[in-house]
Design a protein around this ligand. Sequence first.
Ligand SMILES: [Zn+2]
Ligand SMILES: [Zn+2]
Length: 303
Amino acid sequence: MRFDVTILGSSSATPIFNRNPSAQVLNINERLFLIDCGEGTQQQLLKNGIKAQRINHIFISHLHGDHYLGLVGLLSSLHLYGRIRAMEIFGPPELKEILDIQFKYSQTNLRYPIEFYATQTERSALIYENPDIRVESFPLEHRIPCTGFRFSEKNRLPKIIREKVEELNIPVDVIPLIKKGADYTDETGVVYKASDLTLAADAPKSYAYCSDTVCNWKYIDQIRGVDTLYHEATFMNDMADRAAETFHTTALQAAEVARFAGVKQLLLGHFSARYRELEPLQDEARTVFANSRLALEGQTFVI
Ligand SMILES: [Zn+2]
Ligand SMILES: [Zn+2]
């Protein structure tokens, strides 16, 4: 099952040095989930060969412009492309009002419905579920209400043994049933047990997105043990005071969080415009957590 994240933007506040503000696309089993939608997201989708029409779920962490100012443009383009399928949007309650007013005064009647789900920032909540995954939001501490998101796969299905499929000529449409535990009976009436045709499933994967936040350690339980954690790392640690003042995190603090939460991989992002070179942030994080990487635009990370 595919589970990866492509970074479309990881700059804080303003676009600079060819870096775009926050946006990323999760591909989970060929379903696309857009997380934050900074200005420039449409161009970044085009540049990375990701079809916007395939996105059916959008998650917005908070209402600072660098996390959502690309949203109205994206939704408008989808209207122009002739989309009719509903778009599910999860975000702060006020976002609904912003969208409504934008479309009201441009006299745009979207051809497709928006199903809006308000996030709440006081406690964690299960906000979305499908047969493959569950998504929880959890409170972060920023200058305005802000949430992180955790995407967790449910149990994966066992893997079919390819050699058996070929050997027994098992029809393709039967394979999903075998994975779910059904035995297979061939044309001559011989029964093969599902357990003899499959291998144990891989462990389910999980991904957490920690948008803008001061490093307050209160969200550790929500991100514990994830395979990949994206955490903002706006500043180097010599600017820890500035980070605290502006409700942001340093690269070193993000790494400490990753280590303490027992995650496997850390992606650093939301880089301040003061840093032209980003390697020093990665170096700093790696002093605490070795598997720290820069969430650079255009890169896809397997979770
Ligand atoms: Zn931001
Ligand atoms: Zn912010």
